[in-house]
Design a protein around this ligand. Structure first.
Ligand code: GTP
Ligand code: MG
Length: 375
């Protein structure tokens, strides 16, 4: 199976590793026993050694299994509408958490250290009998990755821009995340209660960043809000819900769940707690679940707002805190429910295996735009 390491090749081909290393050296490749050799090199070595290379499918059985789950199309008849997922993005301190607090009628801001959001938060609320899921992301520049994650699980991005500050670096970054995720953007022009704010300047900033406000003839809804007075909040929610209605988000609750891990950590006395959002299907207590290099059986599910509220199941667009994973899954990893715990273990282990191999060989380093910006 390819790609393989020098050691694996020599074992499979029954030739000493030193011979493989020598051929590699002749090709100008300095490798170690655990280095991954790519397909071309493997073929070349096989030819040099005169061994017959029987190529197995490069896609592993595990990946095939997951792909078959992921790609399984839902019957039109099984699709029902699901709550929209709405993510608040924007520059630090522009009022994302305050606006959400007002909307869902809780107080998160005053419990935050230094008033800065450092986690990705997700809540489902019911408004006039309809459920809506919200994701709150941090605006501090250090949390680029969390903004990207928020943008990736969302249906609609609410871009929060403080009227006194206008468009700032993380506002621009949030715009690119939302655009990359191809989700509609609604702007909350916030802190309009502050005396002497120049709304036109902020609108100008939006326009130069490709978001032309509808009152200026563009197609971006800009709602003027204040999290302090509550002004514009109803309008903001209405605007977002109108956009949501245009799209008719649907999912199939009658299949095994799949979704994304937003964040996860080890908690004293509880084990691994993973905040996940179900994107399709229904997740149930007892389900076998695999997420990146982690797997397990869902032990319990808790409300993301009320820590003592437990659930037996969570349907599409629902964020929940899940216990039962063996290790903390990577944030942003997709999760899948499988029938067989042995499959889940194999997948998780083979992933951590190849992860380890890559690390050992010092090979493939995935440098993404995000990690570049993070530095
Ligand atoms: P991060 O999560 O750290 O990115 O910040 P945030 O965007 O969530 O901002 P947060 O809601 O924590 O608000 C930052 C500060 O601005 C707090 O002191 C709020 O009280 C204040 N604030 C938020 N919204 C308004 C508003 O509409 N008007 C005024 N005057 N102050 C506001
Ligand atoms: Mg915040």
């Amino acid at each position: 199976q390819l790609p393989c390491t020098v050691r694996e090749f020599s074992e499979a081909a029954g030739v000493p590793a030193s011979q493989v290393l020598r051929i590699l050296m002749e090709e100008g490749v300095m490798a170690t026993m655990n280095a991954l050799i790519d397909d071309d090199l493997t073929e070349l070595i096989a030819a040099e050694l005169g061994v017959n290379l029987e190529l197995k499918e490069a896609v592993s059985v595990e990946d095939e299994l997951l792909a078959s789950i992921r790609d399984r199309q839902d019957d039109e008849a099984d699709l029902v509408s699901r709550p929209p997922v709405i993510t608040f993005l924007g520059h630090v301190d522009h009022g994302k958490t305050s606006l959400l607090d007002r909307i869902i009628d809780i107080d998160v801001v005053s419990g935050e250290s230094g008033g800065i959001t450092q986690h990705i938060r997700a809540y489902t609320i019911e408004k006039d009998g309809r459920r809506i899921s919200f994701v709150d992301t941090p605006g501090h520049e250090a949390f680029t990755e969390m903004r990207a994650r928020g943008a990736n699980v969302t249906d609609i991005a609410v871009l929060v821009v403080a009227a006194d500050d206008g468009v700032m670096p993380q506002t621009e970054e949030a715009i690119s995340h939302a655009q990359a995720a191809e989700v509609p953007i609604v702007v909350a022009l916030n802190k309009t209660d502050l005396p002497g704010v120049d709304l036109n300047r902020a609108m100008q900033g939006l326009s130069t960043n490709g978001l032309l406000p509808s009152e200026w003839g563009g197609d971006v809804e800009v709602v003027k809000t204040s999290a302090i007075t509550g002004d514009g909040l109803d309008e903001l929610l209405d605007t977002v819900l109108t956009v949501a209605e245009l799209h008719e988000y649907k999912a199939n609750p009658n299949r095994q769940a799949m979704g994304t891990c937003l964040e996860a950590q080890q908690e004293p006395g509880r084990g691994v707690v993973a905040k996940i959002i179900v994107q399709n299907g229904t997740l149930r207590v007892g389900d076998v679940i695999v997420c990146g290099q982690s797997y397990g059986r869902v032990k319990a599910m808790y409300d993301t707002l009320l820590p003592n509220q437990r659930y037996e199941e969570a349907g599409p667009s629902t964020p929940v805190n899940v216990t039962g994973f063996d290790t903390a899954p990577g944030a942003g990893e997709h999760f899948y429910v499988l029938d067989d715990i042995a499959d889940a273990r194999t997948i998780a282990e083979s992933r951590s295996d190849s992860h380890r191999k890559t690390a050992l060989s010092g090979g493939v380093q995935h440098v993404t735009l995000e990690t570049l910006f993070d530095r």
